[in-house]
Ligand binder design. Structure first.
Ligand SMILES: Cc1ncc(COP(=O)(O)O)c(C=O)c1O
Length: 438
């Protein structure tokens, strides 16, 4: 077939299923924090592909590592061992700093799916800590548990279980009935969590330590600490969805450590920035002991045994070589420290604009969101039917800055972890210019 002559947009309109309301931008190449569209216009990329290109576009070390690997071995399936996957698992366990094991998949939704299956296996096969289940045959009669508590406002992916887990009605509409076994708790509401964990059948609690899709809403340290205590008291798994906030975004390898460093979850999901732009998801699971109904004791990280879970592509030598290099670059180039020092600078730069149209600026490290005032549409003429967040992002596009909308009123800055002070100042200047026109 010859190369089509239609424009890129026409190709999408004719051949791509319209699940996305796309912005009218067509990108051709990127380098570092910059991208260029098909007409050659330059943009500063403060969206990073929704927190994915974590060390910028086309970092030379990652390009070299992946070029070498693509010419050596791309894929073998998980029927066999390959060195890059083993090395990446070891690296991730080291970064968590607690003994455990890793499973590889291809996306955030899949990583969470693995957490859901882990929680079900744990709930079905383990013995809850109630005193009546401590002896003899009572142990095998212990009730199965399968409910996973998640937070209102959370986002956990677009699979059927992912939308059931997600604490936002809009993702569920039209896809009923929901996969059962999920219940939602108001975020950062200790008394509500205390009540929910006491319901029969609860097996696990899943928390996004910094909610991303709902507009950068961090968990309270007290709430994360309480969640750990309650999970210990009731024999539940505490699982963190670090798909967006993990692996450096908050200035820490483990995103929650920027909020509550002493809390240790039982399992973590990752994706997005893990391989700097290549599709890879993963979960880490603690090696903590679990008492099983058959009387045996197992390690939590061995519960998903042979035949219980899998995926053809997860953890190919190619993607793992890339992820190993991305994480090595973050370490070697001190990007966690960069996120810790420039995150507050970026937040202050947005606050410094001092616009009465900005209600609040929130952020942890380089995960930053600002929210427009509720009556933004009344103060600025927004085209009918366009959400203020999308309208704002449109204006920033025209001025050469890529940002990510969240809900109807929030806009996220998720620049690469090696963004420079000068780039942040340039982005703040563009933002100021857009607000100044009003
Ligand atoms: C916290 C969180 N979990 C899960 C997902 C789903 O990841 P993916 O789109 O890779 O399936 C996302 C995506 O935005 C996310 O932000």
């Amino acid at each position: 077939m010859s190369t089509p002559t239609n424009s890129t947009k026409e190709l999408y309109e004719q051949f791509v299923i319209p699940t996305y309301g796309r912005f009218d931008l067509r990108f051709a190449r990127g380098q570092g924090t910059e991208v260029w569209d098909e007409e050659g216009k330059r943009y500063l990329d403060f969206g990073a592909g929704i927190a994915v290109t974590s060390i910028g576009h086309c970092h030379p070390r990652v390009v070299a590592a992946m070029q070498k690997q693509i010419a050596t071995l791309v894929h073998t399936s998980n029927l066999y061992y390959t060195r890059p996957q083993g090395e990446l698992a070891a690296r991730l366990v080291r970064l968590v700093g607690h003994p455990g094991k890793v499973f590889f998949c291809n996306s955030g939704a899949e990583a969470n799916e693995a957490l859901f299956k882990l929680a079900r296996k744990f709930g079905n096969e383990s013995v809850p800590p109630a005193p009546k289940h401590t002896v003899g045959e009572m142990v095998s009669a212990a009730p199965s548990r399968h409910t996973i508590l998640t937070m209102l406002g959370s986002f956990h992916g677009r699979t059927l279980a992912g939308i059931a887990a997600t604490g936002q009605e809009k993702v569920k509409k039209g896809f009923e009935p929901m996969v059962e076994g999920f219940a939602h708790v108001p975020f950062n509401d200790g008394p509500a969590l205390l009540a929910a964990v006491q319901e029969p059948g609860v097996a696990a609690v899943l928390i996004e330590p910094v909610q991303g899709e709902s507009g950068v809403n961090p968990a309270d340290a007290k709430f994360l600490t309480l969640a750990r205590e309650l999970c210990d008291r009731h024999g539940l798994l505490l699982m963190f969805d670090e798909v967006q906030c993990g692996l450096g975004r908050t200035g820490e390898w483990c995103g929650w450590r920027a909020i509550a460093p002493e809390v240790m979850p039982d399992a973590i999901s990752w994706a997005k920035g893990i391989a700097g732009g290549f599709p890879l998801g993963a979960i880490w699971v603690s090696d903590r002991a679990v008492r099983l109904k058959d009387g045996a004791t197992a390690k939590l990280c061995d519960l998903l045994g042979p035949g219980s879970h899998g995926t053809t592509f997860g953890g190919t030598p190619l993607v793992c070589a890339g992820a190993n290099e991305v994480l090595a670059v973050i370490e070697d180039e001190g990007m966690l420290a960069n996120a810790r020092s420039l995150g507050p600078h970026a937040k202050a730069a947005i606050e410094g604009i001092g616009s009465p149209l900005i209600k609040e600026v929130r952020g942890v490290g380089l995960m930053i969101g600002f929210e427009l005032v509720a009556d933004f549409e009344k103060r600025v003429s927004v085209p009918a039917g366009r959400a203020p967040s999308l309208f704002m992002v449109d204006q920033l596009h025209a001025a050469g800055l890529l940002t990510i909308p969240a809900g109807t009123h929030a806009i996220r800055w998720l620049p690469p972890l090696n963004v420079t002070r000068a780039e942040i100042d340039e982005a703040a200047g563009i933002l100021r210019g857009v607000f100044d026109q009003w």
